[in-house]
Structure formats: C-alpha cells, structure tokens
Design a protein around this ligand. Structure first.
Ligand code: OGA
Ligand code: NI
Length: 331
C-alpha cells in the first residue's frame, strides 16, 4: 500500500482492532469458531456432453444441499476478472455513497450500517441494481469506474446464458416440459458484496441466515471462502473454487418443483485475513408472474405443498428475505 492508500484505509470503518459493539451479534446468532474443514459442494462439469447422469447429479445436489457448483460454465475468465475489478474499484471510491443521487440512476449502495438487522450492523458493503431489461437498466447504473457498465453488462449477459442452461437442465430433471422454468429467465438483480477483513470473525456476520427469493442464484466467490450452508442442522463452510460458480435453489424454484428441490438457508461469515468479494446474480420470475407448483408435479398422492403467489407480493411480504430486493425500485 502506498501512503495515500494507507491513509484512506485508516479512515475506513473496518480498520479497527476489535469488532465495535454495534456489530456484535446476540450469542445464539454468532458464527463462533469457524469449522476448519471446508466442504466441497457437488461439482457439475458443464463442459462435457450432458448425459442423463449429469442431470440426475444436479437434481440430487439440489435435493440434498439446495446447492451445487458448476465448472466449465462458459463464462470467460476475462469477463469475471473485469467484473471483479470494477466492483473492487467501486468499493474503493470515496464518492460511492453520494454518487447515486443523480436523476436517472437506479442502484443502491449500502455500507455496513445500512444492513442493521435485529439491531446489529453487518460486516459488509453492497451494491445492487436491477438488470432487466438490460439495455434500459444499464443506463441507470454507476457511471464510475468508467468500465462499470460495459464490464457488468457483459457479465450479466454471460451469467444469464448460464442461468438458462441450468434452469433447462433442472426442468429436464424434474420431468417438466422444456421452457417451463424460463420465467423471465434473465438475471433480474445483480448484487455485489464486499466483506472487509474483520478482526473478530466469530462475533459478527457479513449476511445473516436467509433463503434467496429467486428461481436460482448464481454466486461468484472467487478464491476466498465465506459462504456457509445449513446441512442437517449444522453450518458447513463452502470451500472456494475460483473456477466455479456456486448455484443455489431459491424459494420460487422450490415452489415450482413442489418441494422436489430445496431452497436452503445460507449466510456469509467474515475472516480476519483478507477482503472477500462475492457477486450474486438473482434469476427471478417476472414481478407479475404467479408462482405455483407445476401441475405435472401435483397429484392426488402428492398434493400441492405451496400456495400460489404473485411473485411481487411474495417478495414484498417476505421479511425474512430482507437483504435482497426490498429497497430497490424497478425502473
Ligand atoms: C446473497 C448471499 C452469500 C455470499 O447475496 O444472497 O447469500 O457468500 N451471499 O456473499
Ligand atoms: Ni443468499
């Protein structure tokens, strides 16, 4: 770090010797000592010819963990690298908090105190914005860094294609007709999290336990772990695979599948050594879409387990899913 960078760092909220009281969670919600062993979630290779076996592997993982990882996913390293770079640069901009007040902007930046949950601040900064329809939305994204719009829109396009592929495979695996799960089948919201190093990771969290109200979420976590997934009543830490995206089933897909695949609780922990960046692409149904168990998966023996709901109303009423869409206004 040069002197200016060091001086800037010193002013940051997270550059403290211990976790300030406002960030300390009630004991029952603290992550405590973090498990040393990282679990490898099932890894699906999308680069080879997709056989029935691969489809079954995805469905099994979605049932058992609600999560899997994909490699050879078709999103190029360059696209990922450019995107992580603009998000890192964005988080380092001193003017980031005030720069979205301009007339036509539609994005939200949250610093650590914007994410006060249960009276406790979270160890996280975040930027998020709508992405659909992309051409209109991207005009309302941050203007700085200069490469922001180009890099992030390319990322959204590529990850959107991956999302379509994944939904199509899940559709097949559930025995639904082709295209059934498409919805808008685009990335509706992109949300990038920056978790600075934390002096006492056992006391606080980056993101509290939650379900994603999406069809699927496609997360890039680079090479720094921090995602934890609830499995058989315990939190497991997901090992970081920089070549992979982590995919999780959202509540809407659980409803569509009538419970055949599961939306599983997860959270983000911090670490004392290095900053972590994660990028979550939420592939959502369109707001007016009515989400309900697919008719093909409902029978007398296997009745509908979920009430149908208009997606927009579901999201508005889902207090438990707080970290995501609530403050966003659609363009
Ligand atoms: C999310 C999320 C986890 C992470 O943004 O919904 O679960 O590792 N993020 O950042
Ligand atoms: Ni999530």
């Amino acid at each position: 770090m040069d002197n200016t960078a060091a001086a800037k760092y010193a002013l940051n909220w997270f550059n403290v010797p211990s976790v300030p009281k406002s960030y300390v969670l009630p004991e029952k919600d603290r992550p405590g000592e973090l498990p040393p062993v990282c679990h490898t979630l099932p890894v699906i290779d999308l680069g080879k010819r997709i056989e029935a076996e691969t489809v079954q592997h995805i469905i099994n993982a979605s049932r058992e963990f609600g999560f899997f990882q994909v490699i050879n996913h078709g999103v190029s390293d360059d696209v990922i690298c450019d995107t992580t770079k603009v998000f890192r640069e964005f988080c380092e901009m001193p003017e980031k908090e005030s720069s979205n007040s301009g007339g036509n902007s539609n994005w939200a930046y949250g610093n650590s105190t914007s994410f006060t949950r249960k009276g406790v601040d979270l160890w996280r900064e975040n930027i998020k914005h709508p992405c659909y329809p992309l051409k209109d939305c991207m005009q309302q994204w941050p203007e700085k860094p200069n490469e922001y719009r180009e890099a992030v829109s390319t990322y959204v396009t590529e990850v959107g294609k991956l999302g379509k592929t994944i939904l199509e495979l899940i559709c097949k695996g559930l025995g639904l007709e082709e295209g059934y799960l498409n919805g808008i089948s685009e990335v509706e919201i992109l949300s990038a999290n920056s978790y600075p190093p934390c002096p006492e990771p056992s006391l606080t969290l980056g993101v509290l336990r939650h379900h994603d109200p999406s069809l699927v979420t496609i997360l890039y976590q680079g090479n720094v772990p921090g995602l934890q997934v609830m499995k058989d009543g315990m939190w497991i830490s997901v090992g970081a695979m920089p070549d992979a995206f982590v995919v999780n089933i959202g509540t809407q897909l659980e409803m569509n599948s009538n419970g055949m695949v599961k939306s599983v609780e997860h959270r983000a922990v911090t670490n004392s050594k290095e900053a972590r960046l994660s990028i979550a692409a939420f592939i959502n149904p369109s707001p007016s879409c009515i989400v309900e168990p697919a008719q093909a998966l409902v029978s007398e023996l296997n009745p509908a387990q979920y009430k149908r709901a208009v997606y927009k109303e579901f999201v508005n009423n889902s207090g438990a899913f707080g970290p995501h869409t609530k403050t966003l206004q659609r363009a």
